[in-house]
Ligand binder design. Structure first.
Ligand code: AMP
Ligand code: MN
Ligand code: MN
Length: 331
C-alpha cells in the first residue's frame, strides 16, 4: 500500500476547491452510500457544491436515510464539470463502474478514501486504512480531525455505514474507537432504536422468499469446511429481485458451526457471475483467494466479478478455496 495522504492534505484539497462529486462502488452497500452522504453533506455545510453519484443509484433498502434522494445514477448525469471527485469505500478505481468513470472523467483531482486492504492507493490523494472496520469510520475521523460539521444527515449516515459493515458492531475489525464513535453519535442525538429498526427490521417479503430459494441450493464440502449457495438468473427473474435483496444473507451460512469459508454465487447480466465470500479464520484470506480471479476486498469478506457460467465459476473458485484451506493446514 503506498503512502497515505494526511487528513490535513485532504482538508486543504477541500478548502481549495468548490465543486465536488462523491462516489462509491457499484451495487452500493450501507458503507458505500452512508460514507457518500456523510462526507457530501459535510461539504455542503461548508458551502461547497456537491453531486452524489452511484453507478446503480441508491438501493431501496437505504432510502430511509435522509439525503439519499440526492444520490444520482451516474449514467444519467453526463460528464460533470466538477473540480474534485472523491471515491469512497471503493477498493479499485474501476469499481465505481463505467457510468461513474465517465461522469467524473473531467475532475482535475481524484481523492480515494477507503478501508480495503486490496486498495492499491489510486488517485491523486489517497487515504486507505485497512484497520478501520468501515469507510464511514474514516469519514468520522476526518470530520472530527478537520473540525468539519457533523450534521444530522452525516451523523446518521456514519452510523449506518459502520453498523452495516461491522455486522452491528460484531466483526473482529470493530475497535474501541468504533464504540467510542458510536457513543459520540448517540451523544449527538442519534436515535439508536429507530435507526436499527430501519436498517434491520424492515426487509421486503421478497427477501425472505429469496432466502427460501437459496436454501434449496445449499451445499457443502464433505468435511463441512466450505458451504455455498447459488442464485441463478431464473430465480432472480421469478422473484423479481432487486440488487440489494441478497445483501447480508451470506451471514446465515457463515454462521454454521465448523464452516470456515462461505460463498455465494450469483448470475449477473452479460454472462458474468458475482462471487461473495466470507472467511471465519484469519489463516484463510478471502481477499487473496478472490484476488486470484481479479477480485478483492478484506481478509474475512471479499468478492469477485468474473466470467460464467455459474457452474464452472463455482468449481474454479471452490478449487482455490480448498487449496487455501490445505495450505493453512486446516484440511
Ligand atoms: P460483498 O460480498 O459484496 O458484501 O463484498 C465483500 C467485500 O469485498 C466488500 O468490502 C466489497 O467492497 C469487496 N468486494 C466485493 N467484490 C469485489 C471486487 N470485485 N473487487 C474488489 N473488492 C470487492
Ligand atoms: Mn462496501
Ligand atoms: Mn466498507
Amino acid at each position: 500500500m503506498p503512502n497515505n495522504a494526511t487528513f490535513s492534505e485532504i482538508g486543504k484539497a477541500i478548502a481549495d476547491h468548490n465543486s465536488f462529486a462523491v462516489v462509491s462502488h457499484v451495487r452500493p452497500d450501507g458503507d458505500a452510500i452512508g460514507s457518500v452522504l456523510a462526507l457530501g453533506h459535510a461539504l455542503e455545510q461548508l458551502g461547497k457544491s456537491v453531486r452524489y453519484l452511484n453507478n446503480d443509484g441508491c438501493p431501496k433498502s437505504l432510502e430511509f436515510l435522509p439525503g439519499s434522494e440526492k444520490v444520482e445514477i451516474s449514467g444519467e448525469v453526463g460528464v460533470l464539470e466538477v473540480e474534485v471527485a472523491i471515491t469512497l469505500d471503493t477498493a479499485a478505481h474501476m469499481r465505481i463502474g463505467e457510468g461513474s468513470l465517465e461522469a467524473i472523467k473531467n475532475a482535475k483531482l481524484l481523492i480515494n478514501i477507503d478501508h480495503h486492504i486490496s486498495n492499491p492507493g489510486y488517485g491523486d490523494l489517497s487515504y486507505v486504512d485497512p484497520n478501520s472496520p468501515a469507510t464511514g469510520q474514516i469519514i468520522y475521523e476526518l470530520l472530527i480531525s478537520l473540525g468539519l460539521p457533523v450534521s444530522r444527515i452525516s451523523r446518521d449516515s456514519i452510523y449506518v455505514a459502520v453498523s452495516t459493515d461491522t455486522g452491528s458492531f460484531q466483526y473482529p475489525g470493530t475497535t474501541q474507537r468504533t464504540y467510542e464513535m458510536a457513543a459520540d453519535l448517540v451523544g449527538r442525538g442519534l436515535n439508536v432504536g429507530k435507526i436499527n429498526q430501519l436498517i434491520y427490521d424492515n426487509q421486503p417479503y421478497r427477501r425472505v422468499e429469496l432466502m427460501r430459494a437459496l436454501l434449496n441450493t445449499l451445499d457443502r464440502s464433505d468435511d463441512g469446511l466450505i458451504v455455498w449457495w447459488d442464485l441463478p438468473m431464473a430465480t432472480k427473474n421469478e422473484l423479481e429481485l432487486m440488487d440489494d435483496d441478497s445483501e447480508g444473507l451470506i451471514d446465515f451460512i457463515r454462521s454454521v458451526h465448523g464452516v470456515v469459508v462461505a460463498v455465494f454465487f450469483e448470475d449477473l447480466d452479460g454472462g458474468k457471475v458475482r462471487v461473495s465470500m466470507r472467511s471465519k479464520d484469519a489463516r484463510v484470506n478471502a481477499s487473496e483467494i478472490c484476488g486470484v480471479f481479479g477480485g478483492g476486498g478484506h481478509a474475512l469478506a471479499a468478492g469477485i466479478r468474473m466470467p460464467g457460467p455459474l457452474d464452472e465459476t463455482r468449481e474454479k473458485v471452490l478449487a482455490v478455496i480448498r487449496e487455501s484451506l490445505k495450505r493453512a493446514g486446516i484440511s
